[in-house]
Design a protein around this ligand. Structure first.
Ligand code: ADP
Ligand code: MG
Length: 336
């Protein structure tokens, strides 16, 4: 009897993977930003039209790719980042080598890139994962990735697209996380008709530019509890919000979504702000790489801690300590 099991076509495998990696247009921008930052860009332009469905473009001045790497970059499981087979020691945003393969399989994508050693750049166009021939391109050092018609190859996902207004809310949340993490990088945002420039600056000035509040009192903190190092900024109890959307968390320089951490931060403020409200906080945790697993989900925003109770204790200790001293130590992020 002949077998009925067969290997799926590569294009189909990529589209299946894209279902997890690219949930919505904002996921594309997140992956492209991570790649630009991994490529050491100091300047990044982000252009989005129609909530991302008609156009998304991320252009950077990072180290770029040569023509061979351009072709490899859109293949599945191809990466320049995971040099050793060590999933416990990942210092880059990317490591799975699947974002570009997924994105190109479900959209019309043009990648243009130039390295410092090349006289000119190269451009590669893909429609639903089928590649056209490489073309020479006139461009500066760096990479530009342009995506049109996202999900055109996956009609089921296309149906779930929300309105552009809703998508821009997600997108802003994503952009804020990267803006706060990388104050040293200059960002140019072009979202439909809205344009905004965030100049390279200090964290303090970037917080001020991103949070966009008149005056918000808070404190800087820095504390090491065992081998967990915590730095950042948090609001004084006077400011609080109904949602946790002003809590930005980073573990080893990676933006993370973590309910346990948000819950812990709120409990540090529990007798100081009304119940069911959240403070503002931007916290950077540095912990030994072996104590955190970043390979939990393809979108890489969730992490698994080896001992969550230590993270919880370190956060509580740090925040409670400063909150108790708030009267003496508090400073504004808008110093005179
Ligand atoms: P990963 O980031 O996990 O390696 P991706 O699919 O996102 O996987 O990217 C594949 C490869 O393409 C990267 O490892 C990198 O070498 C290259 N690449 C992608 N984007 C850029 C960029 N903006 N600048 C330079 N190289 C890039
Ligand atoms: Mg990547």
């Amino acid at each position: 009897m002949s077998s009925i099991i067969r290997l799926l076509e590569p294009a189909l495998i990529n589209r299946i993977a894209a279902g997890e990696v690219i949930e919505r247009p904002t996921s594309v921008i997140k992956e492209l930003l991570e790649n630009s930052l991994d490529a050491q860009a100091s300047e990044i332009h982000v252009t989005v039209r129609g909530g991302g469905q008609s156009l998304m473009r991320v252009q950077d001045n990072g180290h770029g790719m040569n023509e061979e790497d351009l072709i490899l970059s859109v293949q599945r499981h191809t990466t320049s980042k995971l040099a050793h087979s060590d999933l416990w020691n990942i210092h880059t945003f990317g490591f799975r080598g699947e974002a570009l393969a997924s994105i190109t399989s479900i959209s019309k994508t043009t990648l243009t890139s130039k390295t410092k050693d090349q006289p000119h750049g190269w451009s590669l166009h893909s429609e639903g994962g089928s590649l056209e021939a490489l073309k020479p391109a006139r461009c500066e050092l760096g990479t530009c990735i342009e995506i049109r018609d996202l999900f055109f190859a996956t009609p089921a996902r296309l149906k779930f697209l929300r309105s552009p207004a809703q998508e821009y809310r997600h997108l802003n949340g994503c952009l804020e996380r990267f803006l706060l993490l990388n104050p040293q990088v200059q960002f140019f945002l072009h979202l439909d008709e809205k344009q905004k420039v965030f100049k390279a600056t200090s964290l303090e000035h970037r917080i001020k530019a991103v949070l966009n509040v008149a005056v918000l009192e808070g404190f800087w903190l820095e504390e090491t509890v065992h081998d967990i190092h915590i730095t950042g900024w948090a609001s004084l109890p006077g400011a609080h919000r109904r949602q946790a959307d002003r809590i930005f968390l980073y573990v080893n320089q990676r933006p993370v979504d973590d309910r346990m951490m948000i819950h812990t931060i709120r409990s540090a403020y529990h007798d100081l702000i009304p119940k069911d409200r959240y403070p503002w906080a931007i916290l950077f945790l540095t912990i030994p790489y072996v104590d955190v697993d970043v390979n939990v989900h393809p979108a890489k925003t969730q992490v698994r801690f080896k001992s969550p109770q230590d993270i919880r204790a370190a956060l509580l200790t740090t925040l409670r300590k400063v909150l108790f001293e708030q009267g003496k130590k508090s400073i504004s992020i808008y110093p005179k």
